[in-house]
Design a binder for this molecule. Sequence first.
Ligand SMILES: [Zn+2]
Length: 260
Amino acid sequence: MRLIDTHAHLDEESFDGDLTEVLGRARAAGVEAVLSLGTTFESSRRMVELAHRHPDLYAAVGVHPNYTAPATEGDWQGVCELARDARVLAIGETGLDLYWKTVPLPHQIDWFRRHLELSRQTGKPVSIHCREAESEVVAELRHAAADGPLRGVMHSFAGSWETAEACLALGLYVSFSGIATYKKSEALRELIRKIPRDRMLVETDSPYLSPQPVRGKRNEPAHVRMTAEVLARELGCSLEELGELTTENARRLFGMVDRA
Ligand SMILES: [Zn+2]
């Protein structure tokens, strides 16, 4: 049984006391690697430190769209420097968020473009957050794709088929979180059946978005298995096959080197 949790936030306070145990439970559940993403320069710096301490943990660095308002030029320079670290496999979390309305859209777009450019410069894929901003995100991605092919993933996808198709056509992967396990997510499960198998990833977005049946509790990477079970059921394959497939996809996208 192999799984990779392609999106988590393990530097969050709720993991302060027991990160080693959390990673132990992940390993016991078959999770061979976790990609944990920074949301600010400081959090990105912490993520890189953690990734150097834990062999199963890799980092992504960036500034989440909802945290771009107070971010400084110095923060961005710091993120760009961190991006060169060998334990950093992706750029993000970035994207656009029109749900919280805390940061004006043009400011978010400026920062989204910086991350897309950094992804191109470093050759490391980008992890994209999109909340109530599907047409805006697709427009930005098309704009960026005019300069050359994109590499990245639409994380915790819960959008329309039209958006999924547009992202797939741009070469992106699509990742599913605990949202896929919720009772109300019938349309999303229908969409999952249409996603090409070689572009599908799984994630937890820990400590958020706990899948059924642990919804409401703190999420952790071991729970990615519960989302994988739902995906396997939708695709009509075994959990092991789903794990193998999504693990190979994640390794390809993030350039993870197989451990001996
Ligand atoms: Zn996230």
